[in-house]
Each structure stands twice: as C-alpha cells, then as structure tokens.
Design a protein around this ligand. Sequence first.
Ligand code: ATP
Ligand code: MG
Length: 335
Amino acid sequence: RKRIFSGMQPTDGSLHLGNYIGALSQWIALQDSYDALYCVVDLHALTVNPDPAQLRERTRRTAAQYLAGGIDPERSILFVQSHVAAHTELAWLLSCQTGFGEAGRMTQFKDKSAKQGSEGTTVGLFTYPVLMAADILLYDAGLVPVGEDQRQHLELTRDLAERLNTRFGEGTAVVPDAHIVKAVAKIQDLQDPSSKMSKSSAGGKGVVWLLEDPKKAVKAIKSAVTDADESYGVRFDPAEKPGISNLLTIFSAVTDRDIDEIAKEYDGRGYGYLKVDLADAVVAFLEPFQARANTYLADPAELDRVLADGADRARTIARPVLDRMYERFGLLPVR
Ligand code: ATP
Ligand code: MG
C-alpha cells in the first residue's frame, strides 16, 4: 500500500475551519486506503519562537483535534515530530542539497518574513521547507494531502527527491505526489476573502477556530465580508463573489451538501439568510467536535500514551530510510 504523510503546526491552541476542511477531513477520508502517518509538527512551530509551556499545551491540543476529527490511531500513525529524531537528521542532509536561491524563492517565507522583519525572522523559518521535505521523504511517502498554500513546498520536496535519485542513484528517495482537493484547498479569511484563513493571521477576526466558543464562530460568520450586489446573487463564483463563494464552500463542506444546490436555495434572498443558516450548520459541526476533543484533553496521560505508541511505530519506518540515506550520501557507517 502507498504511504501518506501530513502534518499541522501547533502554532495555536486551536486549529481553524480551513485546517479542517482543507486538510484534516482529507486525511480522514484517506486513512482507509493508505498507510497514513499524521504528525503534529512541533519543530516547525519553533520557527516562530513560541512560549515553551504554551507550545507543549498546543501540541497536545493539536493531537486531540486530530483524534476528534476522526483520525484512528490504530489504523493511522499519530505522533509528534520531535519524538522522532530522524526528521532533523534528514533535514541536515537535505539542506546541503538545497540551493540558497531555491529556498529563497518560497513565497510563504517571503510573506511570513515580510511580516516579521529581518531581525524577527529566524533561519529556521527560512529552512522550514527543507524540514518539511525531510518529514515526507523520511517515510518514503507517495502522497501528501495538503492545502493549496503548500503546493510550492511540495514541488521543492519533489525536486529534492529527484535530485537525490540523480545524484545518489535511483531508489534513494520516493518522489511524492501532492494531494490537493481543489474545491476545498483554500478556505479564505471571513474578513478578507482575498487571503487564506490562517492560524497566524493578524487579528484573527475572520477565523473560525475549532475549539473556541461556538458563539464566536456565529459572530464571525454573521459579520463575514460579502459584497454590495443589490440583487443578493448567490452563486459559486470566486472571481466575482469571493466572500459568498467562500461561505458556500464552507457550507457545503460542513453539511456534505452540493454547492450549487445550496446556492440556488439562497439566491436573491438576502445574504443574512445564508449566514444565519451557515452559522447554525457550523455550530452543529463544532459542538460534537469540541465534546470529542475535550474527552481526549481530559486524559493527557492516555493522550501521551497514544502519541508515544505512534512515535515508536514511526521510528520503525524512519530508521531504515535514514540509514539508506546516510549510506547513499557516503557517511561512514558505525560499527
Ligand atoms: P500558520 O499560519 O501557522 O502557518 P496554518 O493555518 O497555515 O498556520 P498549518 O499548520 O501551516 O496551518 O497548515 C496545516 C495544513 O492546513 C496544511 O496542509 C495547510 O495547507 C492547510 N491549510 C492551512 N490553511 C488552510 C486554508 N485556509 N484552507 C485550506 N487548507 C489550509
Ligand atoms: Mg501554514
């Protein structure tokens, strides 16, 4: 069976609706047909220098949300990145195969570093995509389910894998495919439908957090930016109607209903009707999700046990792959 790998950063105590619709719900759908590894990528979160106690807490909360969403730790391997040392070991090998200019072309780095200024930007943020490539290549993953924003990083991962195979011989690395479900790969910020919903987006008013009081989600949806079309046209048209199209995408994802059918129901009726019903649908999704997450968070010892078991299983796969890389790169074996 093909192997898949994916992860999310514990950069906040809560994931948001974009993470769920664009990534987590895809992970859940894929875990039946693939051997899946789902990782809380805490080392990636270090790139923005989080508070230590907060990072630990957020790591557990992120794992609890994977479980609440439906990741089955018996079928899939659920673990924390820093528990498997081979991630950073392989990242070093890959960083010595990545061009400085090549890394400098990553648009996520340009965006995030522009916000933080050059003194606030860490070298880790720059090499982040190399660590991400290591996460994937370390498990010979063939498929990586992610949102649209990760497309460029995935391309870099593929380039690196191909480079290793050319330089060190076929079979050094598996070249992974991105699994990006176009319709849901970019949930936009409710206040700014031209930019993606993000954990680290300033203000966060346009973000629906999975673990926050559902009342706040209702407020965020009701105050979502739409447009000034006086005929209240509701249709899926991201270019002309980015705000409405985003609401329709979310509506369809949380109710499993057809997007055009929803659009037809609200067309011409005033955006308030759409927002009120969408808010209800989101609350109906959030409440049981939060109840499940809280069950896992109420027993941190059990959660840690699940994560330790996942790390053991991940290490078993990672070790021989790292050994193969070390051997191909010409590092002297221990004896
Ligand atoms: P940060 O702002 O800290 O980068 P993030 O919201 O981008 O946080 P990540 O942990 O970087 O979240 O990404 C986790 C996964 O969620 C990735 O697969 C990413 O592509 C996906 N994702 C993130 N934001 C969205 C979004 N708005 N719509 C769809 N998928 C998303
Ligand atoms: Mg991100």
